[in-house]
Design a protein around this ligand. Structure first.
Ligand code: FDM
Length: 212
């Protein structure tokens, strides 16, 4: 009867190389949806606030070393520890804008040479995004943008590999947006895509699990 007390929020993920503009576009989306009166939160992975997140943070800033498989599983565990809260929020009608998710997990680890299927396995059963916004930028262009911050993966040669690994992950939930357009143009495109997705979720699009 059009009652929206049962309508759920949307799980929207932003992906892309370092310096592709994910973080600033995520906060613009938050402001936009809040302005429309939606219940919305901004999340990011890794979530460095948890114990697992602190191990990841220490690894990324080169303060500790970990085997490639080990760090991969920690990134995945960091998503698993947030899964039930994520589901609760979505079911309560809150839309989540998430800066990086499982695709970063697979792209960055497979860029190191770990097998795709092995990388995907621990992600199976996490919530599947309703929409993945991929901010597409050439690694060379990203590197020109005010330089990298000096964390582990912020090197041109490695980012080139990550870009290739992202290519094989595209599925029906992905929208590829040219990240070299003016910021406001990108913002407009993302707003339209997200709004359409939020409405579909309100109308009852079911929640699904990875990896589908
Ligand atoms: N990263 C991020 C991974 O390697 N695996 C993951 O699962 C996630 C979520 O961590 F270089 C990498 C991607 C990036 C780094 O990300 C930290 P932020 O967005 O710079 O915090």
């Amino acid at each position: 009867s059009g009652c929206n007390s049962e309508s759920r929020g949307a799980l929207v993920v932003l992906e892309g190389l370092d310096r592709s503009g994910k973080t600033s576009q995520s906060s613009r989306l938050l402001t936009y949806l809040e302005g429309l009166g939606h219940s919305v939160e901004l999340w990011r992975f890794p979530d460095r606030s948890t114990n697992v997140g602190q191990m990841i943070s220490s690894y990324l800033s080169n303060k500790s070393q970990l085997d490639d498989h080990t760090i991969h599983l920690l990134f995945s565990a960091n998503r698993w520890e947030k899964r039930s809260l994520m589901e609760t929020k979505l079911k309560a009608g809150t839309t989540l804008i998430v800066d990086r998710y499982s695709y970063s997990g697979v792209a960055f680890s497979s860029a190191k040479g770990l097998g795709d299927e092995w990388c995907k396995a621990p992600e199976i059963g996490l919530l599947a995004p309703d929409l993945v916004l991929y901010l597409d930028i050439q690694p060379e262009k990203a590197a020109e943008r005010g330089g990298y911050g000096g964390e582990k993966y912020e090197q041109l040669e490695f980012q080139r590999k990550v870009a290739q690994c992202y290519q094989v992950l595209h599925d029906a939930s992905w929208k590829i947006v040219d990240a070299c357009q003016p910021i406001e143009d990108i913002e407009k495109q993302l707003q339209e895509l997200v709004l359409e997705c939020v409405m579909a979720c309100q109308k009852g699009k079911p929640l699904a699990n990875l990896w589908s």
